[in-house]
Design a protein around this ligand. Sequence first.
Ligand SMILES: *[C@@H]1O[C@H](CO)[C@@H](O)[C@H](O)[C@H]1NC(C)=O
Ligand SMILES: [Zn+2]
Ligand SMILES: [Zn+2]
Length: 279
Amino acid sequence: MLPYATAAEAEAALGRAMTRAEAAWLRYSAFVPDHLLYCHNVAILLILYTIAPLPLALLELRARAAPDGVAAAVMRPSTYKLQPRAQLSPAAFLRCYLDTGRVLLLTVGALSLVSYPAVKMVGIRTGLPLPSAGEVAAQMLVYLLVEDYLGYWIHRLLHTRWGYHNIHRVHHEFTAPFGYAAPYAHWAEVLILGVPAFTGPAIVPCHMTTLWLWFVLRHLEAIDIHSGFNFPFNPTKLIPFYGGADHHDYHHRVGGQSQSNFSSVFTFCDYLYGTDKAC
Ligand SMILES: *[C@@H]1O[C@H](CO)[C@@H](O)[C@H](O)[C@H]1NC(C)=O
Ligand SMILES: [Zn+2]
Ligand SMILES: [Zn+2]
């Protein structure tokens, strides 16, 4: 909800003409309450979760159904597929998708309803001007680093006997992960992982659209590291210290006993704390 209803009022308040993106944002958000804008997160997340892992899932199912076809040929160089012998049935894909979708809807939905006062308090804004690209990029970098560091320690705690047995073992049900298994976890884990995701924006508050983008980015990152494929042409290979599917896949392959490769985004915490070695 913006304090001005017309473009003229907004431009008077800004002291300049609006950019095209700002005009679109004004048209969209002028009469939408801020809490509802924040709750867009739930829809964005569910749509993204449905669409982003789909191409590789279809490729795998196609390859399985027609072992002599084009899809199978694409997958054949077994260096792309990290665990080539793992094969999931269509029913297993569907069960993972439906279970995860339900958990996401309930936990992220409930969290979005109750956490809005905190979002408002830390200073997430919805008005104009929209942030510049540079501001958004700097904020994303901070959020990634904060999430990586806190996420590392939370993940390590989840591998204690109690944490693993009561919570984290759900996420490790798939020893050969795939995109749809990225947010597959106990509801308590989904809630707990909201803390490192939200700490960055709490320290360095941003615009609501940046917050949406951040949740999109971290979800895409999670899907990427769980994809089960290590493509040499994956653009994430250009990001320094990015762990990628390679790094996290080992962690899933070893499973509950794993005491290594806890990092989700970058690899420095594993190097720093010596958990990059097998044990
Ligand atoms: C951790 O990941 C790296 C790739 O980043 C891999 O080479 C290494 O073998 C993994 N270590 C363990 C113990 O899983
Ligand atoms: Zn784990
Ligand atoms: Zn995982």
